[in-house]
Write a protein that binds this ligand. Sequence first.
Ligand code: KIV
Length: 297
Amino acid sequence: MSHITEGGVQRITAPHIRSRKGGAPIVALTAHDYPTARLVDEAGFDFILVGDSLAQTVLGYESTLPVTLDEMIAHTRAVRRGVRRAMVVGDMPYGSYHESPRQAVESAIRFIKEAGADAVKLEGGSRRAPAVRAIAEAEVPVMGHIGLTPQSVLRMGGYRVQGKTIEAARELMEDALSLERAGVFAIVLEGIPVEISRMITERLCVPTIGIGAGVECDGQILVFNDLAGLNFGHTAKFVRRYLNLKDDIASALERFAGDVTGKRFPAGAESYHLPEGVEVDLEDDRGRSMPPLGPVN
Ligand code: KIV
C-alpha cells in the first residue's frame, strides 16, 4: 500500500486506524489550537480530534450546542497547521448534520476542503446511519460516537452514563452495528459501562475508541484540557489528570505581577542597551537627530 507523505513523514490515515482493530492500542487526544496540536503530534499520537468540546474548554460556552461550523473549521485549520503525522479528525458540531444527509455531506466536505481535515466525526446511533452512509459515499472517512453523546444533553436531561439497563445496552449494540454497516472506520464509545463496551468491541470489526468506557476498547481518547488540568468545570470520574496546568499558570501569573510591581522585571539582561561607547545626553542633543545606532543587543 502506498502512503500519504508530508515532508517525508508518513501520515496516519483512516485505513491505518481501521487496520489497528485488536492490535496495539490507538492513542488519541483532542487539540483545539496550533501549539497543542504540534505537541500532541510530536508525541506520536495516532489521531487528533478537534472536538466540539472546544465550545466549553476554549470558547467558554456552557455546553457544546452553540459552537458553529465556522468556529470548528477555524480551529481545525489551526490544528492542521501544527500536525505532520497524526490523522486530524474534525468534529461535526450540533446542527451541521441533523437536517439531512445532504447537509451532512456539505458540512463534512467543508472540513476537508477548508480545514484540511483527514476525517470527520459525528454523534449518534442508528438514526445517524443515513448521514454516515452519505458522508462515506462522498469519500470522507467518518468516525461514529455513541453512548454519552454531549450533543444530546437536552434529550438526555444531563450528562449521564448510558447503557445501564439491558434495553439500553441492546440499543447501544444496535447503534454500533448500524454505524458500522453504514461505513464508519472507528467508533468513539463515551460514558458506558465497561461490560457493554467490551461486548461492543468484541462484536465490531472497526476499532472502538473509549472515553469513560473502560480499558478494553481498541484505543483511548481524552480531552486535552482534562488531561492537562486546564479546566474550570466538573471533572468526570474517567479523567486522569497528568498535569495541573491551571494552578501552574495561576502561580506564574502571580509571580509575574509581583515582579512587575516589585520592579524586579525586566532585569538588565532582559532589556536592550546602547552599544558600548555610545553615550547620549538627550538634554544637550535636543533638536539634533541621533546617529543611527546599528543592531541593538
Ligand atoms: O468533543 C470532544 O472532545 C469529543 C471527545 C470527548 C471524544 O467528542
